[in-house]
Each structure stands twice: as structure tokens, then as C-alpha cells.
Design a protein. Structure first.
Length: 262
């Protein structure tokens, strides 16, 4: 069989540009140096901002490769990574679909962002840290006895679940502890912000607690609770800052190790 001429290749590309890549174009794309993680970030941003809805099938590998200007092998690896993260669902013989496990994509987007090193997620993490420190100080100065009892009760639940090594129950109590502090601050606006970023808190907590000792985590909460009970705003801010610093370090360590093994 004779080798196709350049003219034939151009005709092929012109006739089927929306479906396939020519041999030459695909070969060039396969040699692209675009890292898989970088491409995965671009795919993530595209899917998060597009009109693709949960349960909808994505375009095929060839079409995505053409749209992104990379080879099919790179697209394939990026799709695998998003599948591992739970973003996509592969149905054998039918295609790849946006997962329909949840109608709220924010928790998943936060998780993917953490995994992929999204700088916008970094900003969100820093914002949470700053907010938590401020709220702890405010709670120490404004908490009522009812607020203190609520914080102490949630802490007791954390302690009990840590003793039982019940990770899921501990994670729920951990989030409840921070929400109780926000409520005790007496500032409903800032409390609302914390409530609205609960998805971030859930993802953050789940990732960190899978890689730390629960008793060590619990110990970081003790000085925060004590400072609020003692009505010492400065001590509460210091204790919360230490807790946030440790949590951020553990989160970085966790997501870094995940990326290296992906």
C-alpha cells in the first residue's frame, strides 16, 4: 500500500477535523511535553465551568485530545486520574461520564484542587486559617455558658471517638467543634462564612485524619477549648494558629505524597 501524500493528509484533516487527528498531528501531539497533572488541571477547570452536568457523557479521547492540543495518551492518563479522584465514571462500552454521585460539585472540586495543587484552593486554605484564628479569639471574649457547654460537649465526643479509633465519628465531631466556636463568636456573618466553607473543612479533615494519630489531633484542640473556657482571647488565637499551622502542614504533606504516587 502506498504512503498517503501530504495532499491526501490535508484533505483527511479538513474533512474530519471535528472527529479525528491526522497521523502527523497525533504524532506531534504525542510528543507534547505537557505534564499529565497540568492537563488534568485544565480538564478540571473546563468541566467545572462547562455546561456538562452530572450523569452526562464526555466527548471521546480523540476529540478531547484535538481540543486540548495534546496526544491521546496524555488525555487518557488525565482521565484516569480524574476517575481515581471520583470525578469521572467509566462505563465499559459506553464511554466516560461525569459522576452523578452528588449534585453538589463543590466538595469534589475542593478535593481535586487540593490534589492537583490549585493555587485558588491555597488561597481558600489561607482564608480559612485566618478566619478560624479570629473566631477563636472572638469566642473567648464573647462565649456564653451555653456556648462553652456546647464546645465542651463536642470535644468530649472527639475524645470518645479518638479512644474508639472511630475516624468517621471523630471527623464529624472535629468539624462540629469548629462550627461551635464560630457560633460562640457572636458574629453571625463570620459564622455564616464558616458554614459556607464546610465542604472545604470536610475535605481537609478527611485527608489529614487519614494520615495522623487521632490523639495527636485531639491534643491540638485542648488549649483552644481551655482558652475559651478561661475567656482568654490571646491564648485562644495562639492555640488556634498553632492548630491551623499543623493542619496545613499535614495537608500539604498528604497531598504531596498523593501527587507523587499518582
Amino acid at each position: 500500500m502506498s504512503t498517503p501524500t501530504a495532499k491526501t493528509r490535508r484533505l483527511t484533516a479538513g474533512s474530519y477535523a471535528h472527529l479525528v487527528l491526522t497521523d502527523e498531528a497525533e504524532a506531534a501531539a504525542e510528543n507534547s511535553q505537557t505534564p499529565v497533572v497540568d492537563l488534568t488541571q485544565k480538564l478540571l477547570a473546563f468541566l467545572a465551568q462547562s455546561d456538562v452536568v452530572p450523569g452526562q457523557r464526555l466527548a471521546g479521547e480523540r476529540q478531547l485530545a484535538e481540543q486540548m492540543g495534546v496526544g491521546r495518551s496524555v488525555i487518557r492518563e488525565a482521565l484516569k486520574l480524574l476517575t481515581v479522584l471520583g470525578f469521572l465514571e467509566v462505563r465499559q462500552g459506553d464511554g466516560t461520564y461525569l459522576t452523578n454521585k452528588t449534585s453538589n460539585l463543590l466538595p469534589r472540586i475542593v478535593e481535586w484542587g487540593l490534589f492537583l495543587g490549585d493555587h485558588s484552593i491555597d488561597a481558600l486554605i489561607e482564608a480559612r486559617s485566618t478566619l478560624e484564628v479570629s473566631l477563636a479569639g472572638m469566642a473567648a471574649g464573647a462565649a456564653s455558658e451555653v456556648d462553652k457547654d456546647r464546645i465542651n460537649t463536642v470535644f468530649a465526643e472527639m475524645q470518645s471517638s479518638a479512644e474508639d479509633r472511630d475516624l468517621e465519628r471523630y471527623a464529624k465531631a472535629d468539624i462540629a467543634f469548629h462550627l461551635a466556636i464560630a457560633k460562640a463568636s457572636g458574629n453571625p456573618v463570620l459564622e455564616g462564612v464558616i458554614i459556607n466553607i464546610r465542604s472545604l473543612m470536610q475535605t481537609w479533615t478527611d485527608k489529614v485524619l487519614n494520615h495522623v494519630d487521632l490523639n495527636e489531633s485531639l491534643a491540638l484542640h485542648v488549649p483552644i477549648m481551655n482558652a475559651i473556657n478561661d475567656e482568654d482571647p490571646a491564648a485562644a488565637r495562639t492555640a488556634m494558629q498553632h492548630h491551623m499551622d499543623e493542619a496545613i502542614a499535614n495537608l500539604r504533606k498528604t497531598t504531596s505524597s498523593m501527587s507523587e504516587t499518582a
